[in-house]
Ligand binder design. Structure first.
Ligand code: HEC
Length: 202
Protein backbone atom coordinates (compact mmCIF):
# COMPACT_ATOMS: atom_id res chain seq x y z
CA UNK A 1 0.00 0.00 0.00
CA UNK A 2 2.68 2.40 1.08
CA UNK A 3 4.74 1.95 -2.04
CA UNK A 4 1.63 2.42 -4.21
CA UNK A 5 0.95 5.67 -2.40
CA UNK A 6 4.50 6.82 -3.00
CA UNK A 7 4.30 5.80 -6.60
CA UNK A 8 1.17 7.86 -7.01
CA UNK A 9 2.82 10.89 -5.49
CA UNK A 10 5.83 10.54 -7.73
CA UNK A 11 3.57 10.13 -10.75
CA UNK A 12 1.56 13.20 -9.79
CA UNK A 13 4.73 15.22 -9.32
CA UNK A 14 6.04 14.03 -12.65
CA UNK A 15 2.88 14.95 -14.48
CA UNK A 16 2.99 18.44 -12.98
CA UNK A 17 6.54 18.81 -14.28
CA UNK A 18 5.52 17.51 -17.71
CA UNK A 19 2.54 19.84 -17.83
CA UNK A 20 4.76 22.72 -16.80
CA UNK A 21 7.20 21.98 -19.58
CA UNK A 22 4.36 21.70 -22.09
CA UNK A 23 2.94 25.05 -21.01
CA UNK A 24 6.32 26.71 -20.93
CA UNK A 25 7.34 25.65 -24.40
CA UNK A 26 4.19 27.01 -26.07
CA UNK A 27 3.43 24.49 -28.80
CA UNK A 28 2.97 26.09 -32.20
CA UNK A 29 -0.68 26.40 -33.27
CA UNK A 30 -2.04 23.56 -35.38
CA UNK A 31 -1.93 23.80 -39.15
CA UNK A 32 -5.22 23.72 -41.02
CA UNK A 33 -4.91 19.99 -41.71
CA UNK A 34 -4.16 19.27 -38.05
CA UNK A 35 -6.97 21.52 -36.87
CA UNK A 36 -9.69 19.82 -38.93
CA UNK A 37 -8.86 16.24 -37.87
CA UNK A 38 -12.02 14.45 -36.82
CA UNK A 39 -14.24 17.39 -37.71
CA UNK A 40 -17.11 15.18 -38.81
CA UNK A 41 -17.68 14.33 -35.14
CA UNK A 42 -18.09 18.00 -34.22
CA UNK A 43 -21.31 19.84 -33.75
CA UNK A 44 -23.22 20.50 -36.94
CA UNK A 45 -24.45 24.08 -37.17
CA UNK A 46 -27.20 22.88 -39.51
CA UNK A 47 -28.75 19.54 -38.67
CA UNK A 48 -29.32 18.40 -42.25
CA UNK A 49 -27.63 19.51 -45.46
CA UNK A 50 -28.80 22.90 -46.63
CA UNK A 51 -29.44 23.21 -50.33
CA UNK A 52 -28.22 26.21 -52.23
CA UNK A 53 -30.03 26.76 -55.48
CA UNK A 54 -29.14 30.04 -56.95
CA UNK A 55 -27.49 31.55 -59.94
CA UNK A 56 -25.20 33.13 -57.43
CA UNK A 57 -23.01 30.11 -57.18
CA UNK A 58 -19.66 31.76 -56.88
CA UNK A 59 -20.05 31.63 -53.15
CA UNK A 60 -17.28 30.44 -51.06
CA UNK A 61 -14.71 28.88 -53.22
CA UNK A 62 -13.23 31.66 -55.23
CA UNK A 63 -14.03 29.97 -58.56
CA UNK A 64 -13.85 32.09 -61.68
CA UNK A 65 -17.00 33.15 -63.55
CA UNK A 66 -15.79 31.00 -66.49
CA UNK A 67 -15.52 27.92 -64.32
CA UNK A 68 -18.92 28.64 -62.94
CA UNK A 69 -20.46 29.06 -66.38
CA UNK A 70 -19.03 25.84 -67.69
CA UNK A 71 -20.28 24.01 -64.64
CA UNK A 72 -23.74 25.42 -65.15
CA UNK A 73 -23.71 24.50 -68.82
CA UNK A 74 -22.78 20.96 -67.96
CA UNK A 75 -25.56 20.81 -65.42
CA UNK A 76 -28.25 23.46 -65.55
CA UNK A 77 -29.70 22.22 -62.30
CA UNK A 78 -26.44 22.65 -60.56
CA UNK A 79 -27.08 22.41 -56.88
CA UNK A 80 -24.95 22.30 -53.84
CA UNK A 81 -25.59 21.11 -50.35
CA UNK A 82 -23.66 22.44 -47.44
CA UNK A 83 -23.08 21.21 -43.91
CA UNK A 84 -21.20 23.38 -41.43
CA UNK A 85 -19.30 21.96 -38.47
CA UNK A 86 -17.83 23.82 -35.53
CA UNK A 87 -15.37 22.58 -32.91
CA UNK A 88 -16.09 22.70 -29.18
CA UNK A 89 -14.29 25.99 -28.66
CA UNK A 90 -16.38 27.75 -31.28
CA UNK A 91 -19.77 26.19 -30.51
CA UNK A 92 -21.11 28.92 -28.29
CA UNK A 93 -20.16 31.77 -30.64
CA UNK A 94 -21.53 29.89 -33.63
CA UNK A 95 -24.87 29.01 -32.11
CA UNK A 96 -25.45 31.95 -29.76
CA UNK A 97 -23.32 34.78 -31.14
CA UNK A 98 -20.37 36.81 -29.93
CA UNK A 99 -16.72 36.65 -30.84
CA UNK A 100 -15.21 33.26 -31.56
CA UNK A 101 -12.34 32.41 -29.17
CA UNK A 102 -8.83 31.74 -30.51
CA UNK A 103 -8.66 28.13 -31.67
CA UNK A 104 -12.23 28.00 -32.99
CA UNK A 105 -12.51 26.05 -36.22
CA UNK A 106 -15.41 26.08 -38.68
CA UNK A 107 -15.60 23.66 -41.60
CA UNK A 108 -18.13 23.97 -44.41
CA UNK A 109 -18.57 20.85 -46.49
CA UNK A 110 -19.99 21.01 -49.94
CA UNK A 111 -21.74 18.19 -51.77
CA UNK A 112 -23.35 18.12 -55.17
CA UNK A 113 -26.03 15.67 -54.06
CA UNK A 114 -27.72 15.64 -50.71
CA UNK A 115 -26.31 12.23 -49.87
CA UNK A 116 -23.37 12.35 -52.25
CA UNK A 117 -19.72 12.55 -51.31
CA UNK A 118 -18.12 15.77 -50.14
CA UNK A 119 -16.53 17.51 -53.12
CA UNK A 120 -14.59 20.12 -51.19
CA UNK A 121 -14.60 21.99 -47.93
CA UNK A 122 -13.68 25.44 -46.79
CA UNK A 123 -12.30 26.20 -43.36
CA UNK A 124 -11.90 29.15 -41.04
CA UNK A 125 -9.61 29.04 -38.01
CA UNK A 126 -9.48 31.77 -35.41
CA UNK A 127 -5.83 32.67 -34.87
CA UNK A 128 -4.19 34.79 -32.19
CA UNK A 129 -4.80 38.53 -31.81
CA UNK A 130 -3.27 40.55 -34.60
CA UNK A 131 -2.99 37.66 -37.09
CA UNK A 132 -5.44 39.16 -39.56
CA UNK A 133 -6.86 42.47 -38.31
CA UNK A 134 -8.94 43.13 -41.42
CA UNK A 135 -10.91 39.94 -41.00
CA UNK A 136 -11.26 39.10 -37.33
CA UNK A 137 -7.93 37.23 -37.10
CA UNK A 138 -9.38 34.34 -39.12
CA UNK A 139 -7.22 32.14 -41.26
CA UNK A 140 -8.93 30.72 -44.36
CA UNK A 141 -8.32 27.48 -46.16
CA UNK A 142 -9.77 25.25 -48.84
CA UNK A 143 -9.61 21.49 -48.50
CA UNK A 144 -9.82 18.64 -50.96
CA UNK A 145 -12.67 16.15 -50.71
CA UNK A 146 -11.25 13.99 -47.94
CA UNK A 147 -9.57 16.83 -46.04
CA UNK A 148 -6.08 15.49 -46.61
CA UNK A 149 -4.72 18.43 -48.63
CA UNK A 150 -5.19 22.16 -48.65
CA UNK A 151 -5.70 24.05 -51.82
CA UNK A 152 -4.63 27.41 -50.42
CA UNK A 153 -4.48 28.63 -46.85
CA UNK A 154 -3.71 31.85 -45.01
CA UNK A 155 -5.17 35.34 -45.20
CA UNK A 156 -6.75 34.53 -48.55
CA UNK A 157 -7.96 37.62 -50.40
CA UNK A 158 -10.36 35.49 -52.41
CA UNK A 159 -12.21 34.57 -49.21
CA UNK A 160 -11.91 37.86 -47.41
CA UNK A 161 -13.60 39.83 -50.15
CA UNK A 162 -16.90 38.41 -48.89
CA UNK A 163 -16.19 37.51 -45.29
CA UNK A 164 -14.69 40.93 -44.45
CA UNK A 165 -18.17 42.40 -44.80
CA UNK A 166 -19.54 40.28 -41.98
CA UNK A 167 -17.89 42.08 -39.08
CA UNK A 168 -21.13 42.08 -37.11
CA UNK A 169 -21.07 38.29 -36.98
CA UNK A 170 -17.36 38.05 -36.32
CA UNK A 171 -16.85 37.64 -40.10
CA UNK A 172 -19.08 34.63 -40.49
CA UNK A 173 -22.37 34.37 -42.40
CA UNK A 174 -24.28 31.75 -40.36
CA UNK A 175 -27.10 31.82 -42.88
CA UNK A 176 -27.57 28.06 -42.64
CA UNK A 177 -28.35 28.04 -38.89
CA UNK A 178 -31.98 27.20 -38.43
CA UNK A 179 -32.44 26.98 -42.22
CA UNK A 180 -35.26 24.70 -43.21
CA UNK A 181 -34.36 21.27 -44.42
CA UNK A 182 -33.24 21.10 -48.04
CA UNK A 183 -36.47 19.49 -49.13
CA UNK A 184 -38.62 22.35 -47.97
CA UNK A 185 -40.15 24.13 -50.97
CA UNK A 186 -39.63 27.46 -49.29
CA UNK A 187 -36.20 26.36 -48.21
CA UNK A 188 -32.97 28.12 -47.84
CA UNK A 189 -32.03 30.92 -50.16
CA UNK A 190 -28.47 32.06 -49.72
CA UNK A 191 -27.55 35.68 -49.44
CA UNK A 192 -26.56 37.78 -52.32
CA UNK A 193 -23.06 38.97 -51.81
CA UNK A 194 -22.99 42.35 -50.12
CA UNK A 195 -26.39 42.23 -48.50
CA UNK A 196 -26.53 42.09 -44.72
CA UNK A 197 -27.70 38.75 -43.37
CA UNK A 198 -31.41 38.41 -42.86
CA UNK A 199 -32.91 36.47 -40.04
CA UNK A 200 -31.31 33.04 -40.18
CA UNK A 201 -34.66 31.44 -39.40
CA UNK A 202 -36.36 32.04 -42.71
C1 HEC B 1 -18.73 35.29 -52.83
C2 HEC B 1 -18.67 35.43 -51.38
C3 HEC B 1 -17.84 34.42 -50.60
C4 HEC B 1 -16.53 34.09 -50.83
C5 HEC B 1 -15.58 34.57 -51.91
C6 HEC B 1 -16.18 33.14 -49.78
N1 HEC B 1 -17.25 32.91 -48.95
FE1 HEC B 1 -17.30 31.66 -47.35
N2 HEC B 1 -19.28 32.02 -47.13
C7 HEC B 1 -20.05 32.86 -47.93
C8 HEC B 1 -21.45 32.70 -47.59
C9 HEC B 1 -22.62 33.44 -48.22
C10 HEC B 1 -21.51 31.75 -46.57
C11 HEC B 1 -22.76 31.19 -45.88
C12 HEC B 1 -23.04 29.78 -46.35
C13 HEC B 1 -23.25 29.66 -47.84
O1 HEC B 1 -24.17 30.26 -48.39
O2 HEC B 1 -22.46 28.91 -48.46
C14 HEC B 1 -20.13 31.36 -46.29
C15 HEC B 1 -19.76 30.48 -45.28
C16 HEC B 1 -18.46 30.07 -45.02
C17 HEC B 1 -18.06 29.22 -43.92
C18 HEC B 1 -18.94 28.78 -42.77
C19 HEC B 1 -18.86 29.90 -41.69
C20 HEC B 1 -19.71 31.12 -42.01
O3 HEC B 1 -19.17 32.13 -42.49
O4 HEC B 1 -20.91 31.07 -41.76
C21 HEC B 1 -16.73 29.00 -44.07
C22 HEC B 1 -15.85 28.14 -43.17
C23 HEC B 1 -16.29 29.71 -45.24
N3 HEC B 1 -17.36 30.37 -45.78
C24 HEC B 1 -14.99 29.72 -45.70
C25 HEC B 1 -14.59 30.39 -46.86
C26 HEC B 1 -13.27 30.27 -47.44
C27 HEC B 1 -12.12 29.45 -46.88
C28 HEC B 1 -13.27 31.03 -48.59
C29 HEC B 1 -12.15 31.21 -49.60
C30 HEC B 1 -11.63 29.99 -50.20
C31 HEC B 1 -14.59 31.64 -48.70
N4 HEC B 1 -15.35 31.23 -47.64
C32 HEC B 1 -14.95 32.52 -49.70
C33 HEC B 1 -19.57 33.71 -48.90
C34 HEC B 1 -18.30 33.68 -49.43
Amino acid sequence: MRSIGKGAIILAALSIVVAGVALGSKPSPPTILEAVKGYSDWKKANASPVRLTTSFDLLCRGITPEEHQSHQKANPHFERFITVYVNKLGEQAMMKGGTFPVGSVVVKEKREKEKGPVVLSTVMIKREDGYNPTCGDWEFGALNADATKTDGEGKLESCMKCHAEQSKNDYTFKTYIGAKSWSSPSGYQPLKFGRPPSSPKS
